[in-house]
Write a protein that binds this ligand. Structure first.
Ligand code: SAM
Length: 240
């Protein structure tokens, strides 16, 4: 298996950044096509599980083109949104101009593994389809915990691994054989979207993320599966 956007070790981050800079302009369209629009529901669920109180401070990591950041802001949070890919942030910032100023998140170019925020800064940290892309997903969780306030909540939405073997087979077939065709058609490069399957194979997914949240001392670490575990939301609290 070889994919130019999936690199080991220190080359991982620049390859991921190159991937998202390449697809930024088509990202929203392809998301709607490959998920049949369902990513909107999954992101809505993520934000509703955050149980935001008005004025809560929220950080959306790996914010991409801004979907989750905008929803958090509309739900009443004061939102900071971070991503390391300039092309994705440009789309997010452009989209935010269509919103009333009070719904506009503050967008920041930053690496999720080295956040420019003090310890204990946010009530909520979300990361949607981002953790799987980090060169060290467990270091990413530790960084999330560092910037969360005591009692604050981390919510991680990503592709999951279903328990049901037939469902897993069909779903992996879809990701391995069909989704790359969408990449080829819209980005001229099937690697941009076979990356999803390849990164998911190596990702610890919902069970591994829950185990790591427990190991790092998050409280009440739990999994909210969607569509039989094809998608999942991991939730955990920083102990008070
Ligand atoms: C699949 S997109 C998800 C975008 C958005 N959260 C969503 O759900 O639509 C993954 C995003 O993670 C960002 N990303 C990957 N690794 C990162 C890192 N180490 N630091 C910051 N952003 C990163 C990419 O630039 C990309 O915008």
């Amino acid at each position: 298996m070889s994919n130019k956007y999936y690199q080991a070790g220190l080359k991982r981050a620049p390859a991921v950044e190159a991937l998202f800079n390449k697809i930024a302009g088509r990202y929203d369209l392809i998301n709607d096509l490959q998920s049949f629009g369902l990513h909107r529901l999954w992101k809505h669920k993520l934000v509703s599980l955050a149980n935001l109180t008005p004025g809560a401070s929220a950080l959306d990591l790996c914010c991409g083109t801004g979907d989750v950041a905008f929803s958090l802001a509309k739900a009443g949070a004061k939102v900071t949104a971070a991503d390391f890919t300039r092309g994705m942030l440009d789309v997010a910032e452009h989209r935010s101009l269509a919103l009333p100023p009070e719904y506009r998140p503050q967008f920041i170019q930053a690496d999720a593994l080295h956040l420019p925020f003090a310890d204990n800064s946010f009530d909520i940290v979300t990361i949607s389809f981002g953790l799987r892309n980090l060169s060290d997903e467990f270091a990413g969780l530790a960084e999330i915990k560092r910037v969360l306030r005591s009692g604050g909540q981390a919510l991680v939405l990503d592709f999951g691994k279903p328990n049901n073997p037939l469902l897993k087979k069909l779903y992996f077939f879809y990701l391995k054989r069909i989704v790359p065709v969408i990449g080829k058609i819209f980005c001229g490069d099937s690697d941009t979207h076979s990356y999803i399957y390849e990164s998911l194979l190596r990702y610890q997914a919902q069970i591994g993320v829950q185990r790591e949240m427990n190991r790092q001392g998050f409280q009440d670490a739990r999994i909210h599966n969607l569509m039989g575990g094809m998608m999942s939301i991991n939730i955990g609290k920083k102990s008070p």
